[in-house]
Design a protein around this ligand. Structure first.
Ligand SMILES: [Zn+2]
Length: 71
């Protein structure tokens, strides 16, 4: 792999896994709770099944510090 910034081959690749459904803020959850009221419990059950683990691979150039995402 070559850095697109400085063309150095000294690139470190990092893989990060995170839960996509946790990306929403606490405030957003609170607003949704108020709006949906009783439907909230049903929504929570539905949402739990839709939790998606996302793996993001990021490359960091050790030469110039440039970082970019790898699809
Ligand atoms: Zn670089």
């Amino acid at each position: 792999m070559v850095c697109p910034h400085c063309n150095s081959e000294n690139v470190q690749v990092n893989t990060t896994t995170y839960n996509k459904s946790q990306s929403r803020s606490f405030l957003w959850n609170l607003i949704m709770k108020v709006i949906t009221s009783g439907l909230w419990l049903i929504w929570m059950l539905v949402r739990k099944k839709k939790e998606v683990l996302v793996t993001q691979t990021t490359a960091v150039c050790q030469n110039c510090g440039y970082s970019w995402k790898i699809k």
